[in-house]
Write a protein that binds this ligand. Structure first.
Ligand code: ATP
Ligand code: MG
Length: 436
């Protein structure tokens, strides 16, 4: 196995590894060449957590998508017909996108580009930033080969954001927003030439050419950022925030609300199975300091769908229902609190933590996030080995949950870790080291 393939397998979650294997197999059967591209490679090579998977196919995507759908139970949705791009949701919830390798010709800044199928090399070169222009081959003959035509690896090492061409930001000014989002997330510097390209684009006022759909897409991406407050402040400093809403400045950025949300997110222990849909939480926080009119203006300006626009209100309503369940006197054991909160979507739990004014609810949610999730995560399949059940079976899952409940309620204690080994008797070497 190539070093990069090995590195990739180690960086991806088990579910993401399964997704890569399924796409690889489906591509082979469909007779097309598949590559993993985009953020996953950047994040793997830069040592950042991998968020989602983007696959690029040399050849048509329809056949491979149908195979994934029919055989592997992947939910698919055609999201961008010109790029033949589909969103994929695998059976275990892993998200990805798949599209054809293509070139894009921009006739006017901000206008929809003309798309034509291309090789993976051409596709990588038309991308926005060098660190986003790396691919790894998933094809039998070259599996694990890294393609890096713009030397993104070098820029990752230098911690620099560099555009692939002198026209990157002119062609598609929405890339300015991507640039600041990436910079806020990774803490990289802008390369000097990229910086002067940015200044020229701003001098020409091209940010006004960013279409509403691109702003809306960017808002959705912002919601997924771990710390949107930092990004919002940068956009305010760069005088770009007004593209989203002229109201957004100063206290209206709700730095306090976002800081609180960040603190709550950080309560969730690393590596536990906890999923939250972020858009409702983000919009709720963003709208907190808005007047009704300002909120309506943003919704109209960005052409948010009815579902997106109502996400914050709908989330608050769902959380209210959960609050009643969690506040019930019947939940008098840790396992019952865990059970109630585990079955609720993560965003409702986080919302309650941020907004519930009921002391009992607040305390229970806090215990769930800071203690129970961790305790439950410490119950492993190995603990159930004496039961000799099939780890894939329903009985096994049930027995595991029962064990989690019993541990939470203190009916089973984890064995104490073994005592540290006694100090080694002095050998000539360590006796010398001790002397030193
Ligand atoms: P994230 O971790 O936020 O998903 P990402 O880099 O994967 O980061 P995506 O929006 O998923 O971002 O896009 C996947 C890839 O597609 C990017 O890495 C980049 O190579 C390319 N890309 C996306 N948007 C653009 C754009 N407007 N112009 C050029 N290339 C783009
Ligand atoms: Mg991505």
């Amino acid at each position: 196995m190539s070093d990069y393939m090995f590195m990739l397998e180690n960086h991806l979650s088990p579910g993401q590894n399964r997704a890569v294997a399924l796409v690889e197999a489906a591509a082979r059967e469909s007779g097309v060449r598949a590559f993993l591209t985009g953020g996953a490679l950047r994040d793997m090579l830069g040592g950042f957590p991998i968020r989602d998977l983007d696959f690029t196919i040399e050849g048509p995507t329809q056949k491979i998508v149908r195979l994934l759908e029919k055989r592997d139970g992947v939910r698919t949705d055609l999201v961008d017909p010109p790029r033949k791009a589909y969103s994929l949701v695998f059976a275990d919830g892993v998200k990805a996108e798949i599209s054809i390798a293509h070139e894009a010709q921009y006739l006017k800044p901000g206008a929809r580009p003309r798309i034509r199928p291309a090789t993976i090399h051409e596709d990588l070169k038309r991308r926005d930033f060098t660190i986003n222009s790396i691919a790894i081959s998933l094809n039998p003959a070259s599996r694990g080969l890294l393609l890096d035509p713009e030397n993104g690896l070098g820029d990752l090492e230098r911690r620099e954001l560099r555009t692939n061409s002198n026209y990157t930001l002119y062609d598609d000014p929405s890339r300015i927003l991507r640039m600041f989002r990436l910079r806020a997330r990774l803490g990289f510097d802008l390369n000097e030439k990229t910086q002067s390209q940015y200044h020229n684009v701003r001098e020409a006022g091209l940010e006004s050419k960013i279409p509403a759909e691109a702003l809306r897409a960017e808002l959705r991406e912002m919601a997924e950022e771990p710390n949107p407050a930092g990004l919002l402040e940068t956009l305010e400093r760069e005088r770009l925030i007004g593209l989203f809403s002229p109201a957004l400045s100063g206290v209206k950025l709700n730095a306090q609300g976002f800081a609180k949300l960040l603190k709550i997110r950080q309560m969730v222990p690393f590596g536990v199975d906890f999923h939250a849909s972020n858009l409702g939480l983000f919009l709720h926080t963003l709208f907190e300091k808005f007047t009704d009119r300002e909120r309506k203006d943003l919704i109209k300006r960005l052409k948010l769908t009815a579902k997106e626009a109502s996400a914050p209100k709908e989330l608050a309503q769902r959380a209210k229902k959960l609050e009643r369940v969690v506040g019930s006197p019947k939940l008098n054991r840790a396992s019952l609190v865990y059970k109630a909160l585990r079955s609720a979507p993560g965003e409702e739990v986080l919302f309650l933590m941020a907004h519930s004014e009921k002391r009992i609810v607040h305390d229970r949610v806090k215990n769930y996030l800071t203690k129970y999730l961790e305790t439950a995560n410490e119950v492993t399949d190995k603990d159930l080995a004496p039961l000799s059940l099939d780890p894939g079976s329903k009985e096994f899952a049930k027995a595991k949950l029962e064990r989690v409940y019993a541990t939470l309620d203190g009916r089973i204690r984890k064995p104490a870790p073994p005592p540290p080994p006694p100090p080694a008797p002095p050998t000539p070497m360590n006796a010398w080291a001790r002397r030193g």
